[in-house]
Ligand binder design. Structure first.
Ligand code: NAP
Length: 307
């Protein structure tokens, strides 16, 4: 069998990466988990999770990711803080190129997740000055203030409801007149008196001097434009896969999400994908951990079958 630094390297320490780590550490594989930021992934910016089984009262994203990390490390999983620059998957020994060195592995699980999509409405100029992607992180700054939220999916609705704990008013701007979010969240949002829906509309810009003072909104049906006076603007218009390091080394769909089969194997044998980075019909913690368990076990089988 080929000699490599590791049997398995996992990229990303969100729920998928940590779950793959738990399974492979229990299988006593020689495994390393690489994470470029802090373990937890997107759930770190989720204030309250109430659809992950086993927590009838709900649990904060931070607490759930901490529990996963403690469980993985107690089983012996090694987690290293390092950003993957690129991959060379052409040989049987797969190369992972980091800033300061290259490591080799027999098998790889890509669980690098996804990040919030931007709209190009001044996010970079106003980020940290009223523009945010994270209600958990920034919501408390908007106590008794007016904010605009953008999007109609689960994230926009759930996080807007959370924002009403602080803000006196949340204008929720959505480009259609129907929400994409799951029905239970819709019902809660419609009942919430602090949320006012701005239908069939898009945000075209953010105005302000030192920070956000107003948000420009255009109605797509009437073309009418107006500025909503607000101190904050939260953007929740979907996610993009964290795959910059892939550079075409595995097949993806047209949006860049990795294609994988029912064993979570990608177009390259021995390379698996799990969680939000995968081309999947549902992106939940429950589906991410399911993907990851399959990927870890199939990675173990892949190595056993190497001659
Ligand atoms: P999403 O489901 O893709 O929704 C994105 C929303 O942004 C949609 O309403 C979309 O409008 C809108 N949008 C997209 N591009 C836009 C643009 N250029 N301008 C204006 N609006 C735009 O994304 P998400 O809400 O972040 O959710 C991502 C995944 O995580 C989903 O699978 C979701 O179910 C999951 N999630 C689940 C929970 C939960 O279960 N509690 C919580 C958070 C996230 P259209 O509707 O018109 O396309």
């Amino acid at each position: 069998m080929i000699k490599t630094d590791y049997d398995l390297v996992i990229i990303g320490a969100g729920p998928a990466g940590l779950t793959a780590g738990i399974y492979s550490a229990r299988a006593r594989m020689n495994v390393l988990l690489l994470e470029k930021a802090v373990p937890g992934g997107q759930i770190l910016i989720t204030d309250w999770i109430e659809n992950y089984p086993g927590f009838p009262e709900g649990i904060s994203g931070y607490d759930l990711s901490e529990k996963m990390k403690i469980q993985a490390e107690s089983l012996g999983l090694k987690i290293e803080s390092a950003e993957v620059h690129s991959l060379n998957l052409s040989g049987e020994a797969k190369e992972i190129i980091l800033k300061d060195r290259t490591i080799t592995t027999k098998s790889l699980i890509i669980a690098s997740g996804a990040s919030p999509r931007k709209l190009g409405i001044g996010e970079d100029k106003f980020f940290g000055k009223g523009v945010s992607f994270c209600a958990t992180c920034d919501g408390p700054f908007f106590r008794d203030k007016i904010v605009v939220a953008i999007g109609g999916g689960d994230t926009a609705i759930q996080e807007s409801i959370f924002l009403t704990k602080f803000a006196k008013k949340v204008y929720l701007v959505h480009r259609r007149n129907e929400l994409r979010a799951t029905k239970i969240l819709q019902e809660r949002a419609y009942k919430n008196e602090k949320i006012e829906f701005v239908w069939d509309s898009v945000v075209t810009g953010v105005e302000g001097f030192f920070g956000v003072e107003g948000v420009k909104v255009k109605n797509l049906k009437t073309n009418e434009e107006k500025t909503i006076t607000a101190n904050g603007c939260f953007i929740w218009v979907g996610i993009l896969p964290n795959t910059a390091f892939l550079n075409g080394s595995v097949k993806t769909d047209e949006f860049g999400f990795i294609k994988a089969d029912e064993k979570m194997q990608t177009s390259v044998p021995g390379v698996f994908a799990a969680g939000d980075v995968r081309d999947t019909p549902l992106r939940q913690i429950a589906t991410a951990v399911g993907d990851a368990a399959i990927a870890a076990v199939c990675s173990e089988h892949y190595i056993e079958n190497l001659s």
